[in-house]
Write a protein that binds this ligand. Structure first.
Ligand code: C2E
Ligand code: MG
Ligand code: MG
Ligand code: MG
Length: 275
């Protein structure tokens, strides 16, 4: 649906800009109704231990199915939800739904839920987590919250305080997308994370490229020094798996073990691909 036609005299660039702005406005107004209209759901992707390939948990990943547009990728709607504040109701819904699903289906194991930096700016995040655990009856040890370092950039003192409150509940905290930010190492030093999730951009070529392998080795070494297990994201091949295991990654997640899927479509009984 190209909006090529534009008022006389306006340059092509301006026309494209206007079209992009209008498209964003349309998408955010559609997103406003998506939750109540039942268009938002959670998919789950398995996480396995590196050694035995045993299932240890699942990451909950938000999905939006728009009646006309079809599946809208998280990369398109999560940033929009953050800018508009819609991530607050969406994030709360994801937390509640993931905890309820995990309570109803013990074979999910530990469930990992992504938190947006915006959620840290709202008062009472730790209280919300406590309430959701109480309401759903999920034991705190079965919940993990994933945060990216951008959460810690805005208001580090306050964010660290909230993270401590969350950990005090017995919930674990994972550092997501490790290695992609501006101050990953400083962030690691500021808070004792329970897990480091090595960003999936570091996984391709660990089996063929010495630079990639050296970075992997260094990150695992940092984790070992700090006593924090490293999970590798985006593992797609058996040879990547072999390298990651050799270098000492504790856990893995990726298409090799399973794609994100609705709860009802998960193969919870099947052994992991590389068991
Ligand atoms: P993330 O938290 O780093 O999630 C991992 C992403 O990697 C997911 O993308 C997943 O589908 C993808 N992935 C997993 N294994 C593989 C693989 O083997 N190869 C490749 N190429 N990709 C793989 P997805 O589902 O598109 O989500 C993208 C991002 O959107 C997430 O990155 C997360 O930052 C955000 N997101 C998703 N759900 C939520 C949510 O409920 N709340 C918040 N705040 N953010 C969310
Ligand atoms: Mg994540
Ligand atoms: Mg990640
Ligand atoms: Mg990521």
């Amino acid at each position: 649906r190209a909006k090529a036609q534009h008022g006389g005299g306006a340059c092509f660039y301006q026309a494209n800009m206007d079209a992009a702005v209008r498209e964003r406005r349309r998408l955010s107004s559609a997103l406003r109704h998506a939750l109540e209209d039942g268009q938002i759901s959670l998919f789950y992707q398995r996480q396995v231990t590196a050694g035995s390939g045993r299932l240890c948990g699942h990451e909950a990943l938000m999905r939006w199915h728009h009646p006309e547009r079809g599946w809208v990728p998280p990369a398109d709607f999560i940033p929009l939800a953050e800018e508009t504040g819609l991530i607050l109701p969406l994030g709360e819904w994801a937390l509640r739904t993931a905890c309820a699903d995990a309570k109803a289906e013990p074979r999910l194991g530990k469930v990992a839920v992504n938190l947006s930096p915006v959620q840290f700016r709202q008062a009472g995040l730790a209280a919300l987590v406590a309430t959701v655990l109480a309401e759903t009856g999920l034991p705190a040890r079965r919940l993990e919250l994933e945060i990216t370092e951008s959460s810690l950039m805005q208001d580090p003192v306050r964010t660290l305080e909230v993270l401590r409150e969350i950990k005090a509940l017995g919930v674990s905290v994972a550092m997501d997308d490790f290695g992609t930010g501006h101050s990953s190492l400083a962030t690691l030093r500021a808070f004792s994370f329970d897990k480091i999730k090595l960003d999936r951009s570091f996984v391709p070529e660990v089996d063929s490229n010495p630079q990639a392998r050296a970075i992997l080795r260094a990150v695992v070494g940092i984790g070992r020094g700090l006593g924090i297990p490293v999970l590798a994201e985006g593992v797609e091949s058996a040879s990547e798996l072999a390298c990651l295991r050799d270098e000492g990654c504790a856990e893995m997640q990726g298409y090799l073990f399973g794609r994100p899927a609705p709860l009802t479509a998960l193969d919870l009984a099947a052994p992991a691909a590389a068991a």
